[in-house]
Write a protein that binds this ligand. Structure first.
Ligand SMILES: *[C@@H]1O[C@H](CO)[C@@H](O)[C@H](O)[C@H]1NC(C)=O
Ligand SMILES: *[C@@H]1O[C@H](CO)[C@@H](O)[C@H](O)[C@H]1NC(C)=O
Ligand SMILES: *[C@@H]1O[C@H](CO)[C@@H](O)[C@H](O)[C@H]1NC(C)=O
Ligand SMILES: *[C@@H]1O[C@H](CO)[C@@H](O)[C@H](O)[C@H]1NC(C)=O
Ligand SMILES: *[C@@H]1O[C@H](CO)[C@@H](O)[C@H](O)[C@H]1NC(C)=O
Ligand SMILES: *[C@@H]1O[C@H](CO)[C@@H](O)[C@H](O)[C@H]1NC(C)=O
Length: 238
């Protein structure tokens, strides 16, 4: 498969990992990576505009409807992180997901979440309108290894007390494993195999060169010794 090159040094993470939240949910954005400069000074961007009040690597807030949009971070003169989109929804119930796109074989955990964590019961998860699981109290739905058949439109229903509620649908896509996970180029097996082959070749060439130089030197030393012998013999010829 094709491999994406290493995009940026810093990764933006959301804690908890859901990319969609309800109003008033606590959200922490974290700018993680290795800083060569040692400092923590961080710039945060929401929809491309800098958030002047924030300069630390972790940024916590209670979600408001204005917080929807794409976030990026930047630390200490390095490049911007890839954007992460956060959706803040006004509703009683929300099907939460850590991503809209998964690779084949990856685990998927979805959560049926209620506004202000009101107690839920009789929770059902649906894929393309068909019920997948029902539980009296479990609000998570796990797929240990995603395959292409797990792509689709998901939603959940539940009772908050005695009133039934339904979440808006969320479209989830599972990609063919051959489309390639977003692993940085330097960690890909093909890169490493190529790297080893090139290094091996260089080593072989180097070693070959060493021996041929040594052989050349030995043979020219031999010639030189012959010259020396001949040269020292010359005066006697006179
Ligand atoms: C950067 O933040 C980390 C964790 O928040 C802290 O342990 C460290 O002391 C901070 N470094 C500087 C230079 O402020
Ligand atoms: C949301 O943004 C609008 C316009 O930017 C502003 O008028 C409004 O006060 C903001 N609301 C909150 C709750 O921050
Ligand atoms: C940010 O962009 C999103 C669309 O991606 C929009 O819904 C939201 O209102 C924008 N928020 C601000 C504060 O610009
Ligand atoms: C639901 O999933 C989240 C995220 O994986 C996890 O943190 C949480 O513990 C799970 N809850 C239950 C009840 O399994
Ligand atoms: C996808 O996974 C489900 C279990 O989650 C399994 O029943 C199904 O056979 C799998 N489909 C394919 C095409 O592998
Ligand atoms: C989700 O998928 C359905 C059908 O598969 C489509 O009609 C709908 O527009 C999609 N919604 C979004 C937000 O992409």
């Amino acid at each position: 498969g094709l491999l994406r090159p290493l995009g940026s040094l810093f990764l933006m993470l959301i804690q908890p990992a859901w990319i969609n939240v309800l109003r008033e949910d606590p959200v922490t954005l974290m700018c993680q990576g290795t800083s060569f400069y040692g400092g923590n000074l961080t710039m945060w961007f929401h929809n491309g505009s800098s958030i002047h009040t924030q300069n630390q690597p972790s940024y916590s807030f209670r979600a408001g409807s204005n917080d929807t949009g794409s976030y990026r971070c930047q630390r200490e003169q390095t490049s911007l992180s890839d954007p992460v989109h956060l959706d803040v929804i006004s509703d009683w119930l929300l099907l939460q997901t850590p991503s809209l796109v998964f690779q084949e074989g990856e685990p998927i955990v979805l959560r049926c979440h209620s506004w202000r964590n009101h107690p839920l019961n009789k929770i059902t998860f649906y894929q393309d309108g068909k019920s997948k699981t029902f539980s009296y109290l479990r609000s998570n739905f796990s797929i240990p290894r995603a395959n292409l058949s797990h792509s689709g439109q998901y939603h959940c229903t539940a009772f908050l007390g005695k009133s039934p509620h339904s979440s808006q649908p969320v479209n989830i896509t599972v990609q063919d494993g051959n489309e390639g996970p977003a692993i940085p180029l330097i960690f890909s097996p093909w890169y490493q195999i190529t790297f080893c082959l090139v290094m091996g070749l260089l080593f072989a060439m180097d070693t070959g060169l060493y021996f041929s130089v040594q052989r050349y030197l030995q043979s020219s030393m031999g010639d030189w010794k012959n010259y020396e012998v001949r040269w020292s013999q010359d005066p006697q010829d006179k």
